[in-house]
Design a binder for this molecule. Structure first.
Ligand code: UT7
Length: 331
């Protein structure tokens, strides 16, 4: 077993300028600010409007933010992983395009797709490369242009999702910082309840499917909600128990931002005070693969070297899990 652990040593982020508020949504579908706020905690979300700009644009901006903050030469990056559920194109990796556009010309790059758990799973993958001892700089980006697959006539989904990107750099730690333990799960039964049916290989897009809007995201919100509440809390309890952690040992809960009620339920299950629960869902909604790095970006100045962070996510597939992580630096 290697004594190298995989630490996060830098964070960057990007959200588009356009702000889609609950008030604007009131003019688009039969909904209201009060319903959205009390049911989800969301007040506004960012949307990438410019034609021809896809997820890679969000990923590139987030990565450039990290590079400009750190002064890192992108040629030193050996691997770029883009965690995303909304790749730019089929049959052409978003990560390869992103890597080239940030100047990471010595890196290889691939996409990782696990719906809302993409970034969490990406942390596990990035850590394995670092722990192997062969790789010293792995850039993990979580980015999604959810607006590309949302029907803005469907109030069940359009109020939830937003666009954004976040990037973190993984480097080896000799002092035990970084990823400590992980508990990752999946259950294919879940795709019935959250999917975009047409446009993939099972059901290539047809004129009729397009006209019926079957390429848009469909969600049975209640079923997803129940599964998310149960499973996210369950894996959080498991990872604490397995590592003999009491709630006093936890500095932060960084949970996927899908619904404030799901995050609160997870925090309540372990008795964690609300001040320790990272929250930015009110600003960005559910940005799928970008929620966790956007949290790290927004809370970076509050994080202290040695802080124990519990990451948790639940999403389509179903996919879910938790990661116990030791923060490596003061900013
Ligand atoms: O990140 C990936 C995983 N995704 C999630 O974790 C999302 C999980 N699901 C949820 O967050 C929630 O289920 C939603 C926010 C999507 C919906 O909240 P809910 O409390 O489960 O509402 P519901 O679907 O049970 O609907 C309750 C009522 C219904 O009306 P009736 O039948 O009680 O008269 C809906 O038609 O609210 C109505 N409704 C709305 N009303 C105003 C549904 N959507 C809206 C809306 N505005 N946007």
């Amino acid at each position: 077993m290697s004594n190298i652990t995989a630490a996060i040593t830098a964070v960057g982020a990007y959200v588009p300028d356009y702000v889609l508020t609950n008030k604007i949504l009131e003019t688009m579908v039969d909904t209201n600010d009060d319903w959205i706020t009390t049911r989800t905690g969301i007040k506004e979300r960012r949307i990438l409007k410019e034609e021809g700009k896809g997820t890679s644009f969000l990923a590139i901006q987030a990565a450039k933010d990290l590079l400009s903050k750190t002064g890192l030469d992108p040629k030193e990056i050996e691997l770029v992983i883009v965690a995303t559920a909304t790749p730019d194109m089929k049959a052409a990796g978003t990560a390869a395009y992103t890597a080239t556009n940030i100047g990471a010309t010595n890196a290889f790059a691939f996409d990782l797709e696990a719906a809302c758990s993409s970034f969490l799973y990406g942390m596990s993958v990035a850590a394995r490369y670092i722990e192997s001892g062969k790789y010293k700089k792995v850039l993990l980006i979580g980015a999604d242009k959810n607006s590309s697959m949302i029907n803005y006539d469907d109030r069940a989904t359009c109020i939830i999702f937003g666009d954004g990107g976040g990037a973190v750099l993984f480097e080896p730690s000799q002092d035990g910082f970084g990823l400590q333990d992980e508990y990752l799960r999946s259950d294919g039964i879940g795709r019935e309840f959250l999917h975009a049916q047409y446009g993939g290989s099972s059901y290539p897009i047809t004129k009729e499917a397009f006209e019926d809007g079957k390429h848009y995201v469909f969600q049975d919100g209640k079923t997803v909600f129940k599964n998310a509440v149960f499973n996210m809390a369950d894996v959080t309890v498991k990872i604490l128990k397995r590592n003999n952690l009491e709630k006093e040992d936890v500095a932060w809960l960084a949970a996927h931002q899908a619904n404030k009620r799901i995050i609160d339920a997870t925090a309540n299950r372990i008795g964690l005070e609300s001040e320790k629960v990272m929250m930015n869902i009110h600003k960005y909604g559910n940005t799928t693969s970008a929620t966790l790095p956007l949290l790290l970006h927004d809370y970076e100045s509050k994080l202290k070297k040695g802080d124990n962070i519990i990451f948790a996510a639940f999403g389509g597939g179903f996919t879910w899990g938790s990661i116990y992580f030791k923060w490596a630096y003061n900013s």
